[in-house]
Design a protein around this ligand. Sequence first.
Ligand code: UGA
Length: 434
Amino acid sequence: MSVIGCGYLGAVHAAAMASIGHDVIGIDVDERKAAALADGIAPFFEPRLEELLREGIAAGRLRFSTRMADAEGATVHFLAVGTPQQPGAHAADLRFVDAAVEALLPHLRADDVLAGKSTVPVGTAARLADRVAAAGATLVWNPEFLREGWAVHDTLTPDRIVVGATEGDAGARAVDVLRDVYRPAVDAGTPFLVTDLATAELVKGAANAFLATKISFINAMAEIAEAAGADVRLLADAIGHDTRIGRRYLGSGIGFGGGCLPKDIRAFAARAEELGRGEAVGFLHEVDAINLRRRDRAVQLVVDALGGRVFGRRVAVLGAAFKPFSDDIRDSPALDVAVRLRGLGADVVVTDPAAIDNASAAHPQLGYARDRDDALRDADAVVIVTEWDEYRRHLSPEHAGALVRGRVVIDGRNCLDAGAWRAAGWTYHGMGTR
Ligand code: UGA
């Protein structure tokens, strides 16, 4: 098989497919990325990925290339290129999808299967299907639900596999091909859902829209809890026991970021508007607005905690990645908070176990410390913005208290034991907690 596009999705997919016995070629236009992957080096932080890369390469089942012609000979091709937000608009930019398909068409052979994995606006697959069919091959849509930090696990043991296909023999045959590709997961009982192309595309957008909505829902409750003197963490625990609601994705704090949820809900709403159904997902604008308001609130809490005098004050920012177990800083709420505090004149020192290199390249104006304790030293306030275990579990309030100048902590992820920090002499501020 070939995997076209070797970013988070494609690199992990290629390595995971090789690990279950397939013969895989990963293709990416970025020479440095392809060369690193061919050497068994992951271009980003992802647990277990390098192990799989090295095993696949050593076994001769995994190669990387920059030449689309190397896709020839593969019978299944996975399309895993990025679909970023269009500059200055909310819609998805399909440039890379279109370019990859155009480049692949001359190399497709009769009966090949092209499986789209990229997150695309509904209708994209139908538009591409005819072109692929004209080359004698068949297009299916096979959305991906992996989470960064858990990408290998999610790819090898997904909670469901969705394949959208056209009606008729070619579509049915292509579905069988994908069932074979995912044989270990299918045999282990993973639900395998066959849909039409449009439904498969929508499943992906709907899943991310639902997750984003769940997070913004609890953050909206945090706003109310704060005004009412209630505690959103206890509220989440209590409603989360209702299995119809569930506790997951009710983590309150500075909200969601990353390369997927923010851009996907915007693209979903933009596409709905094109379809004349903008009203149906009008709430997604609210979900987005609630989410962005959390970052303002975190900054305000720091300002208030410093008595309104931020200029020249030292603030330790614990976290830069958009979530733990990742070095990804795309639309990271953590970095956004740091940048805004710096904009107010604070002497910001950011630390993160994995994302310092990415963060300092993108925001050289911020101060950085690789060592957590160096970041804490002489801080007038501490703000936790990514809930790494290094801050959540392995940082005692006594240890931190001995390093800082002011025992003031703002818990942007509602992840600390407020009682323990207060008992150690800290002024603790959560986000909608007591
Ligand atoms: C998300 C989805 O979870 C995946 O299923 C999907 O495949 C992926 O997008 C994608 O479209 O490719 P990911 O972006 O890796 O995965 O991150 P999540 O783990 O979902 O977290 C997203 C953001 O929400 C993070 O900033 C995280 O800190 C925040 N979050 C998550 C909360 O604020 N509260 C929570 O309870 C959970």
